[in-house]
Design a protein around this ligand. Structure first.
Ligand code: ADP
Ligand code: MG
Ligand code: ZN
Length: 572
C-alpha cells in the first residue's frame, strides 16, 4: 500500500495542501494524503530536513510525528516534546556529521536532551587561520583571559564574556572560534543558532539552558554559537511563524549571558554574517559587546591562506602561489581552500605525483564558475568602475575642509553588498559641522559617482547608497539646521526625540514651502556634485594613476595614500 514517491513530488503535494500527516523516520518520510484525496500512504527518501522543511510543513498545516523506532539511540522519544526535538536534532547531527568529515563530535547525541558538539581539544590553532591578523590580535587577548583567568580576577578586572565574529560566509569565523579554544587549550562547545530554534515551543530555550549548564561544568571553555542571527533577529520584526519560539530562545540566551561572568571561565563566541539584523539587546554591555571583523582577504592574505592549505599538498616546482593569490581576487578563505583541494583532485585524477600550476588554472576556472553563479566575483569592468569610484571619493575628500580625511580605500568586496569601500576618519566624534564642511561632505559623498561619469561617461547603480546619504544630509541641512538662504533658520522637521536618531517627519507646511525645500535640497546636491566634478577634472591624471595603483594593490592606505592625497590640486 505504501507507494514510493520522489521528494519533489512530496513537496508538491504539501504545497497543494493535500498532505494530512507526516511521519519522519531515519530512513525517510512517510506521509498520508487527506481523506478527500484517498488517504493514500506514500514513502519518500528525505534529502534534507532543514528549518525550511518544517516551515513548509507548518505553513501548510501538516501534522508531523517522529516516533521511536529500532535504531536504539532514538528510544523513548515519544511523549516528551523535548525528546522529539532531540530526535530532529539527531537527524541534523547525522547530516552535519557527513559534512564535517571526521573529528570528534556528537557527545550526548541522542542520549541527553540536547546535542552539543563538545570536544576536549579542537586541535586547531592560530597557525591554521591566515590572512586575518587584526582579528587574531584581538582574539589573542581572549586566549589570555581563558588561560590565565586568575590573573585578571585577582586584580579585579572584569573579563568580557561575549564576542561576536562578523563577516561574510567562508571567511573563517567557525575556524577562528575553534582556534581560540585550541590556543587556550580549553573545551569547545558549539551549537548553531538554527539548531536552537525548533518545532516545539520551549525546546530552544531548554537547549540554551542545557548548553550553559554544561559550559559551567567544563569551564574554562568556549561556547560557540554559530548563525546567531537565526535566534537573534530583532524581535517583533516578523509577525510570522515561529516567532514565539525564537523570542523565548533569545530571552533565555540573554538570561544565561547575564547569569555568569567571564571570570567564571566561560567565554561565548558567536558568529553571524548578518550583524545588522541582530536584536539590539544582544549588543548591550555584558553580552556580545565586542565585535571582531573577519573580512575577505586581500592579496597578501590570500597568499598566506593558500600557503596554509597547500602545506599538506605536494606542489610541483612550477607552482607559484603568488600568481594564484593575484588571480583570486574576491575569494574567501573557504574558496581558497576549495581551490587548493580542486587542484589536488585534478592532479590525482591525472595520476600525477605533484600538483602543477596547470591544475591550479583548471581548478580556478571551475571554482570561479561556481562563484559567478553566486555572483560574488566582480568582472574586470566592475572592478575598474569600483576602483575609479572609490578613488573619486578619496580625491574629493582630500580637499574637504574640517576634513575627515580618507584613511583607507579598498576594492576587496566587503560584507554583503559593498563592492569596495572608502574609510574616512571618525565622523561620529563631530558634534558640530559648519556649512562649508557640510557642503564638502556632500561633495565627497558624490565624488564616487562623479568619477564614474568623468571616466565612463555614464554612471552605475553602485552609488545608490552614497546618493541616499547625500540626500538625507542635504535635506537635514535645509529642514533641520536652517542652512538655506531662502528658508532661513526654521526647523521644518519635527523633533522627535533627542536621544533616538529617528526619521523626523516634516512639520505641516504649505505646498509652496515644501516645494522650496525640495528645490533647496536639489540645489545643495547639484552644487556639491558640480564641485566634485570640478575637483576630479582638475586632477584627472592623479585619478588615473591612483586608480591604476589601487587596481594592482587592491588596498591603499597609510603613508602611500597620504602622499597621493597631498597631491590633489585645488580647483583653478
Ligand atoms: P565561516 O564560519 O566564516 O563561514 P569557516 O570557518 O567555516 O567560515 O571556513 C570554512 C573553511 O574555509 C575553513 O575550515 C578553512 O578550511 C577555510 N578558511 C576560511 N577562512 C580561512 C582563513 N582565514 N585561513 C585559513 N583557512 C580558512
Ligand atoms: Mg561557519
Ligand atoms: Zn561610494
Amino acid at each position: 500500500m505504501k507507494t514510493e514517491s520522489s521528494y519533489s513530488q512530496f513537496v508538491e503535494q504539501v504545497k497543494s495542501f493535500r498532505v494530512q500527516r507526516v511521519i519522519i523516520k531515519p530512513e525517510g518520510i512517510e506521509y498520508f494524503l487527506k481523506p478527500e484525496y484517498g488517504s493514500e500512504q506514500f514513502f519518500t527518501q528525505s534529502s534534507s530536513l532543514g528549518d525550511s522543511f518544517f516551515e513548509l510543513l507548518k505553513s501548510h498545516g501538516v501534522q508531523y510525528d517522529a516516533p521511536a523506532n529500532n535504531t536504539g539511540t532514538l528510544e523513548t522519544l515519544l511523549g516528551l516534546t523535548i525528546s522529539a526535538g532531540a530526535l530532529i536534532g539527531t537527524l541534523f547531527a547525522l547530516r552535519k556529521f557527513s559534512d564535517v568529515g571526521g573529528g570528534g563530535l556528537g557527545v550526548g547525541m541522542g542520549m541527553g536532551k540536547v546535542k552539543v558538539n563538545s570536544r576536549r581539544k579542537t586541535g586547531i590553532t592560530f597557525a591554521d587561520v591566515a590572512g586575518v591578523d587584526e582579528a587574531k590580535q584581538e582574539l589573542q587577548e581572549v586566549v589570555d583571559f581563558l588561560a590565565n583567568s586568575e590573573k585578571y580576577s585577582q586584580i579585579g578586572a572584569k573579563i568580557p564574556k561575549g564576542i561576536l565574529l562578523v563577516g561574510p560566509p567562508g571567511t573563517g569565523k567557525t575556524l577562528m572560534a575553534k582556534a581560540v579554544a585550541g590556543e587556550a587549550g580549553v573545551p569547545f562547545l558549539s551549537m548553531s543558532g538554527s539548531e536552537f530554534v525548533e518545532i516545539y515551543v520551549g525546546v530552544g530555550a531548554s537547549r540554551v539552558r542545557d548548553l550553559f549548564a554544561r559550559a559551567k561544568q567544563q569551564a574554562p571553555c568556549i561556547v560557540f554559537i554559530d548563525e546567531l542571527d537565526a535566534i537573534g533577529k530583532a524581535r517583533g520584526n516578523n509577525p510570522n511563524l515561529g516567532n514565539d519560539e525564537r523570542e523565548q530562545t533569545l530571552n533565555q540566551l540573554l538570561t544565561e549571558m547575564d547569569g555568569f561572568s567571564g571570570n567564571d571561565g566561560v567565554i561565548v563566541i558567536a558568529a553571524t554574517n548578518r550583524p545588522e539584523i541582530l536584536d539590539a539587546a544582544l549588543r548591550r554591555p555584558g553580552r556580545f559587546d565586542r565585535q571582531v571583523l573577519l573580512d575577505r582577504p586581500d592579496k597578501s592574505g590570500r597568499f598566506d591562506i593558500l600557503k596554509v592549505h597547500s602545506a599538506s599538498v605536494a606542489l610541483g616546482e612550477d607552482v607559484d602561489l603568488d600568481v594564484v593569490a593575484n588571480q583570486t581576487f574576491g575569494f574567501s578563505g573557504a574558496d581558497l581552500a576549495n581551490l587548493v583541494n580542486e587542484a589536488a583532485l585534478l592532479a590525482a585524477r591525472e595520476n600525477r605525483q605533484v600538483v602543477l600550476m596547470k591544475n591550479f588554472h583548471d581548478a580556478f576556472e571551475r571554482v570561479v564558475a561556481g562563484l559567478e553563479k553566486r555572483s560574488r566575483v566582480p568582472s574586470t569592468l566592475e572592478r575598474q568602475i569600483v576602483a575609479y569610484h572609490e578613488v573619486g571619493h578619496a580625491l574629493v575628500g582630500a580637499l574637504a575642509t574640517g576634513g575627515s580625511k580618507v584613511s583607507k580605500i579598498s576594492i576587496v568586496p566587503r560584507g554583503a553588498g559593498a563592492l569596495g569601500y572608502t574609510l574616512q576618519m571618525p565622523e561620529e566624534d563631530r558634534y558640530l559641522m559648519l556649512e562649508d564642511e557640510l557642503q564638502d561632505r556632500l561633495a565627497t559623498l558624490l565624488g564616487g559617482r562623479a568619477a564614474e561619469e568623468i571616466v565612463f561617461g555614464k554612471v552605475s547603480t553602485g552609488a545608490s547608497d552614497d546618493i541616499q546619504k547625500a540626500t538625507d544630509l542635504a535635506e537635514k541641512a535645509v529642514t533641520h539646521y536652517g542652512m538655506s538662504s531662502t528658508l532661513g533658520p526654521i526647523a521644518y522637521a519635527r523633533t522627535t526625540s533627542r536621544f533616538l536618531d529617528e526619521e523626523s517627519p516634516r512639520r505641516a507646511m504649505s505646498e509652496e514651502v515644501a516645494g522650496e525645500i525640495d528645490r533647496q535640497v536639489r540645489q545643495k546636491i547639484e552644487r556639491a556634485y558640480q564641485s566634485a566634478l570640478d575637483i576630479l577634472r582638475n586632477n584627472r591624471d592623479l585619478l588615473e594613476e591612483t586608480t591604476a595603483i589601487l587596481l594592482k594593490q587592491e588596498v591603499l592606505d597609510g603613508e602611500q595614500l597620504a602622499a597621493i592625497l597631498a597631491q590633489v590640486k585645488v580647483s583653478r
